[in-house]
Write a protein that binds this ligand. Structure first.
Ligand code: 13P
Length: 254
């Protein structure tokens, strides 16, 4: 059975106290309401991470992650945060290659391949994001775009290392727009991703890979999306900033 994961991406929202207050609500609700084996993850800004890990002690159904990491081990990179630093807080996950990092910070597939190596080296789980823009979908190049992101970003990994990562399919046109991919559109791409993994590695590796959907996922559409054969959970932006909405999405797997 593949691991079911619902991860919240807070992006650049919530000051320190607001973040701790929201996270406290989330862990209490997870404790009270989650009856399944799904994993809830909160990927917060760096400033919250250490405190969230402390709050989450003893709550095994909730893990904490970062939203980025630098590719280098350490050094003169003013303002950056290394994978080793993230690991030292007790965080478990790192989002890599989010479309906002690709779009606003120029992150390329080649750079993301390096970041993936560094994050895995420090025993953190990458949540590796891929997805096409509206323009690419309209030009019907979305399958090619996704294949290139896989090949250049993560297909250099050994099968063993590949087995340690989580993939998130986030169509850029669905992020923060309120326009969700239909469950059929999302399933079509998840199926494609899994087949590409099987072709590159083998069916067992493909079957074991958790592939999340992200993009305007909310408590109303989560059940239908997560019921698709190849959708193993979600990467949630806006709805992860409200404890009730986030919990209702996590509860889809109860
Ligand atoms: P929204 O859920 O706000 O569309 O954001 C999705 C996302 O980018 C998660 O990483």
């Amino acid at each position: 059975m593949r691991k079911k994961i619902v991860a919240g991406n807070w992006k650049m929202n919530l000051d320190y106290n607001e973040g701790l207050a929201l996270f406290s609500e989330i862990i209490n609700m997870v404790n009270d309401e989650i009856t399944g084996t799904q994993q809830a993850v909160i990927c917060s800004p760096f400033i919250h991470i250490h405190s969230l890990v402390q709050l989450a002690k003893g709550y095994h159904k909730v893990a904490v992650g970062a939203q980025n990491a630098h590719q280098a081990e350490s050094g003169a990179y003013t303002g950056e945060i290394s994978a080793k630093m993230i690991k030292s807080t007790g965080a478990a996950y790192v989002i890599l290659g989010h479309s906002e990092r690709r779009q606003y910070f120029g992150e390329t597939n080649a750079l993301l391949a390096q970041k993936t190596d560094t994050v895995l080296k420090h025993d953190l789980t990458p949540i590796f994001c891929i997805g096409e823009t509206l323009q690419e979908r309209e030009a019907e190049t979305h399958f090619d775009v996704i294949k290139t992101q896989l090949v250049e970003g993560i297909f250099h990994l050994s099968a063993e290392d590949f087995g340690k990562l989580v993939i998130a399919y986030e169509p850029v046109w669905a992020i923060g727009t309120g326009v969700t991919a239909t469950s059929a559109q999302a399933q079509e791409i998840h199926d494609f991703i899994r087949k590409e993994i099987a072709a590159k590695y083998n069916q067992a590796v493909a079957d074991a890979t958790t592939i999340l959907y992200g993009g305007s996922c909310n408590p109303k559409n989560a059940a239908e999306l997560f019921a698709q054969a190849d959708i193993d959970g979600g990467l949630i932006g806006g709805a992860s900033l409200k404890s009730r909405d986030f919990l209702d999405i996590v509860k889809t797997f109860n």
